[in-house]
Every structure is written in structure tokens, then in C-alpha cells.
Design a protein around this ligand. Structure first.
Ligand code: ATP
Ligand code: MG
Length: 281
């Protein structure tokens, strides 16, 4: 089981809700749950505020989890197996009901909104597994990504193939003939077909060779550089924090640590409790 970071945690308010932000010194990561959502929701691109959610009645997996995403950011979500990282992403994407707390996109509540509506509002999601249609070709997989707006398929396919040249070159290949890394490119490409402003990625490098892991991290940065804000769950925690503007460490369904990528990478508690055991690569 994972360590409960709260036991040794000073008062969360020590970092001060009002002082949270860019200028906190290295090492002064916030060890708090919901303290960070201290501005109006409209100040953020996306907010999850004190969210409680779960699968089975009366069993909460997320027990008051908060996260914010600003325009243009890459935000990392890391934590031990079973911490609730995928559950958080799925809850944001409307796949799991919110029991309490709020979700907001550009200041508008999206609590209770269904996944297909979120896609129309510019949110894309790449699940942790089973994220391509194996019997369809690359081209058909991408077309499925934009089935809500067939008129944009051609332009978006060209755009996605520009980002992932392999997808254009091998457009007629069936997804089940591709390697794990190639499939991941298809999954990310498909999520980009609807021109999302927010992309939710759940462990995009899991199970991939080092070469493909490099490629995924590179593509994530490219996707971000063309204006897509990204929330990325990763087992490869160090690597993810290196490219992230900010990160959240989840443990047992709630926030354990929050800070910039650099702050988290240098924080002795985070290193000892999480980075030592999480993908040292
Ligand atoms: N479909 C489900 N039904 C019931 N419980 C589930 C379901 N999916 C996940 N859980 C439980 O929710 C908890 C959090 O799981 P989740 O998949 O969110 O963790 P995670 O942080 O993404 O872990 P990992 O690093 O292994 O992907 C776990 O205890 C898990 O057993
Ligand atoms: Mg997961």
C-alpha cells in the first residue's frame, strides 16, 4: 500500500492559498488538498475542485481531489498504483459521476456533463488502455475521432498526419498490425481530430520501448506548442515532471503534493515517497 503523506504533513495553509503560484521557492511544494483552487473558476481553463467520486456505491475512490489547468500548460498527475489517477481523468471526462465537488471548463460548470458533450466543448481523452479500434485502419480510427463533425475530417487528418507522419504514411494499415508505440500515436492522433483545447492523457508511455517513450514525450510537447493544454497521467514520473509546468501527486484518492515540475522533482519528501519507487527511468 502507498504511504499516507498526510501523517507528516504540516498545515496545508503553510504554503498559503494566497501565495500559491509561480514564485514559491524550490522545495516549498504545497502538501494540500483543495487549497489551490483559490481563484474564481473563470481564471482557469479547467478546474476540478474537491471532487469525490467512485465506482461502487458508498465507496469513494477520489476523496476530495483538486486540480487546475491554465491555458497553455502541461500538468502532470503522478502517484502510486491505485492512487486514483485514472479515476480522476475519467471523472473529469464525464465517465464517472461526481458525488460532490465541482468541475468547470472556462468558468462554466461541466459537473455531470457527458463525455460526448465534453468532446464538443473541446476536451479530448486518450484512455490508459484499449484506446484504438484494432480491426480498423489508421485512417478509419482517425475518422472515428471526428465522426461528430465529418466536414472537418480531411483537414484534421492532414493536420494530425503532419504531427505524426507515420499515421499518414501507413494510413491503410490495420491498427492490430501496429506496435504498441504506433498504436499510441493512433490514439493520440484520434483524440486530436476534434481539435481539442484540452487533452487528457492517461499513461501514454505505459509499456512502450524507450524509443517510443521518447517519441511520445516529444509529441506531447509539440501538441502543447500548437495550443493544446494537457493533463497527463504518467508512471514515468520524473520524465513527465521534466516537461510539465506543474504537477500533482495523488495518493489514496486525494492530493498529496502540488508544485511546479521542478519543485516536485527537487522536493526531498516527494523524492523519497514517490519518485524513488515510481519509474526511476
Ligand atoms: N471499474 C472499476 N470498478 C471498481 N473499482 C475500480 C474500477 N477501476 C478502478 N477501481 C479502483 O479504484 C482505485 C483507483 O484506481 P485507478 O485506476 O484510478 O488508479 P491509478 O492511480 O490510475 O492506478 P495505476 O497507476 O495502476 O493506473 C483502485 O483501488 C481500483 O481498484
Ligand atoms: Mg491508471
Amino acid at each position: 500500500m502507498s504511504t499516507n503523506a498526510d501523517d507528516s504533513t504540516p498545515d496545508a495553509s503553510a504554503a498559503g492559498p494566497g501565495t500559491a503560484g509561480e514564485s514559491r521557492p524550490v522545495g516549498a511544494v504545497e502538501r494540500s488538498g483543495g487549497a489551490e483552487v483559490d481563484r474564481p473558476y473563470s481564471d482557469y481553463l479547467l478546474v476540478a475542485d474537491d471532487v469525490v467520486a467512485g465506482y461502487v456505491p458508498e465507496v469513494n475512490i477520489l476523496t476530495g481531489c483538486s486540480l487546475t489547468l491554465n491555458e497553455g500548460e502541461v500538468v502532470a498527475v503522478i502517484g502510486p498504483n491505485g492512487a486514483g489517477k485514472s479515476t480522476l481523468i475519467k471523472t473529469i471526462f464525464g465517465l464517472i459521476p461526481v458525488r460532490s465537488g465541482e468541475l468547470a471548463l472556462r468558468g462554466t460548470s461541466i459537473t455531470g456533463m457527458a463525455a460526448h458533450e465534453l468532446v464538443e466543448h473541446g476536451v479530448g481523452y486518450v484512455p490508459q488502455s484499449q484506446n484504438v479500434f484494432p480491426s480498423l485502419t489508421i485512417e478509419e480510427n482517425l475518422e472515428m475521432g471526428a465522426f461528430l463533425r465529418p466536414e472537418i475530417v480531411r483537414d484534421r487528418f492532414d493536420m494530425v498526419a503532419g504531427l505524426f507522419p507515420l499515421l499518414g504514411k501507413r494510413r491503410k494499415a490495420k491498427a492490430n498490425s501496429l506496435s504498441g508505440g504506433e498504436r499510441q500515436m493512433v490514439a493520440m492522433g484520434r483524440a486530436l481530430m476534434m481539435e481539442p483545447r484540452v487533452l487528457l492523457l492517461d499513461e501514454p508511455t505505459a509499456g512502450l520501448s524507450p524509443v517510443y517513450q521518447d517519441e511520445v514525450f516529444q509529441r506531447v510537447q509539440e501538441i502543447n506548442s500548437i495550443g493544446v493544454s494537457i493533463i497527463m497521467v504518467e508512471q514515468n514520473a520524473r520524465r513527465c515532471l521534466q516537461i510539465a509546468d506543474r504537477g500533482y501527486v495523488l495518493d489514496q484518492g486525494h492530493n498529496a503534493y502540488t508544485g511546479t515540475g521542478t519543485e516536485l522533482l527537487r522536493d526531498p519528501n516527494v523524492i523519497e515517497l514517490y519518485l524513488g519507487t515510481l519509474a526511476g527511468a
